[in-house]
Design a protein around this ligand. Structure first.
Ligand code: 6PG
Length: 238
């Protein structure tokens, strides 16, 4: 039985955000002490917004952070749908992270060209120290969707071009499951009633895209406790 993720029920969204900040802080301190660099891949979507806002106050050496993105939507630069715009507004534009240390995905070039370009960018990264990810209602993560290539086979490309994503916009660029798994730690942030089914599927061992992500030190899921309730109330076999 392959090792599943470690589930961490959180009282509410605020508690989840605080725990996420604490874990990011710990991962950064450990990486900076070990190697003098902290390489993090940021999650997109809405769940991480307040986590990024709360990170602004973190006491760390921002000059030694290298920031990457797990996925990006193929819309114009500064479009409000852009994951890098969300990260800049909530966090990056408020920090002394060197401009050259923020590695955005050039998704405005179109999925195929951007995937090739970002694949070249990632050659320099052996292991991420921390990968942050969200969970979609259908079990997707980053832009790896059910029924689509998720790049989890050995030798898969680091970055995938996505053209028919069920979550708009349809054209996206995503790190592959294999690339997202080349990380010391993987931390999922899961909040919102709409994620209940995806959480149930994941915990039931169903092969959703999020379940494809590994990490050298395993996968941790910070999840609103309410999303586990159905599971815990399930009648137990005597
Ligand atoms: C994206 C994200 C996506 C997101 C989930 C959860 O670009 O859409 O990478 O994988 O993390 O869909 O989104 P919410 O946090 O908004 O629920």
């Amino acid at each position: 039985m392959r090792n599943g993720p470690r589930w961490h029920p959180m009282r509410d969204a605020a508690a989840l955000e605080d725990e996420a900040v604490a874990r990011i802080s710990h991962a950064a301190a450990e990486a900076l002490a070990r190697q003098g660099r902290f390489r993090i891949a940021l999650a997109g979507g809405n769940t991480p917004r307040n986590v990024y806002r709360k990170l602004v106050g973190l006491r760390t050496d921002w000059s030694r952070w290298a920031v990457y993105f797990g996925d990006e939507r193929c819309v114009p630069v500064n479009d409000e749908q852009r994951n890098d715009r969300m990260a800049r507004e909530t966090l990056l534009d408020r920090l002394p992270v060197p401009a050259g240390a923020v590695h955005r995905i050039p998704a405005e070039q179109g999925a195929a060209d951007a995937a090739r370009a970002y694949g070249r960018t990632l050659v320099e990264v052996d292991l991420f120290d921390l990968v942050l990810l969200g969970l979609g209602e259908d079990g997707h993560t980053a832009s790896l969707f059910p029924g689509h290539d998720r790049g989890d086979a050995p030798g898969s490309p680091d970055v995938l071009a996505v053209f028919d994503a069920p979550k708009p916009p349809p054209e996206r660029v995503s790190m592959s499951a294999a690339r997202l798994s080349r990380a010391r730690r993987v931390l999922f942030l899961v909040a919102g009633a709409s994620k209940r089914d995806a959480v149930r599927q994941w915990r039931a061992g169903e092969d959703i895209p999020a379940a494809s992500i590994r990490g050298v030190e395993g996968v941790d899921v910070l999840v609103e406790a309410a999303l586990l309730q159905d599971w815990s109330n399930r009648p137990r076999r005597e």
